[in-house]
Design a protein around this ligand. Sequence first.
Ligand SMILES: *Cc1c(COP(=O)(O)O)cnc(C)c1O
Length: 367
Amino acid sequence: MRILPGNLQRQFELHAAEYEQKALEVLRGGWYVLGRELAAFEEEFAGYVGAAHCVGVANGLDALWMSFKLLGIGAGDEVIVCANAYIACVMGITIPGSTPIFVEPDEYDNIDDAKIETAITERTRAILAVHLFGQACNMDAIMDIARRHGLLVVEDCAQSHGSHYGGQTVGSFGHAACFSFYPTKGCGAFGDGGAVVTNDAHLAEECRVFRNYGSRRKYDFERVGANSRLDELQAGLLRVRLGHLNELNEERQRLAQRYLDGITHPLVRLPQVRPGADCVWHQFVVHTQKRDALQAWLAEKEVGTLIHYPIPPHLSSAYQYLGHRAGAFPLTEKAADEVLSLPMYNGMTPEEQDFVIEMVNTFAGGD
Ligand SMILES: *Cc1c(COP(=O)(O)O)cnc(C)c1O
């Protein structure tokens, strides 16, 4: 049985008729950028997250760097971020000129809040809380640290649309929250997309102007901005997706539970869910010291897997200039050697999942 690590076609097929209808509606409407669909999606998505404002932008990376820039964070400033994160989290910090200060992850693969305070210096301006793999960071601790030290909190929710901490939706805790609607994300579009969500009306307005060449009125350019807009077709399709997001998240939660119940291999450490948090399972990430052998075994059985992520940002070529050597963040580097993302997608059948479980459980250990 050939099983892909992700399967966007299945996901599309779950609500194909609705997507097709919306696509035709937008195509026939004759208005493709900054229109009714975007305005409606922004309002609906802000409501979903439980924040006052949403500003659609071109992608998640733009949402990140534009947030930092418009919050006035740049050259000479430091932003604390988990070392175990996606490269875009770090680029979002460095593009506007600030310096990432890395903190090791906890057993939930997210920033270890107990290690944040020792990373704070007089240059620290913000904490970027990346809710990796669909699971919330410890937002009580992070918001408390931020309050005590006068820091801003930006949330990276690119993998966690609709997950909660203490019953509150992620993206509604910080001063700004950044979302990606890249097709593989929980609330995925059919192309690139992103959003900044915030309760700060001033920041929302700044984002709105900045994303459109720094222009509020046609041909009146107030500042140098960007061209970073969520187009009408993506916004319309995202409205359809958002209408099903809770059921899609619940489906992945059921799939995750089936993995958690079924996988019993002694060499495979299952993902843990933080007390007080829930997880929308953007990825189902196991840890094993036999990662490469397990991946090869599964590949032989035509079970596709992915590694999130094989090279931590601090060791990537892009960030050699920061001067971090191998060994600087041992827990993060260990994770890069041990993580494996099992197939996880909406529309996965019980037969497919049972096959994956059986193949993991019959892994001989690679020796
Ligand atoms: C996908 C992702 C981003 C970047 O989003 P794009 O839309 O691809 O630019 C940022 N942070 C995290 C955690 C992501 O997973």
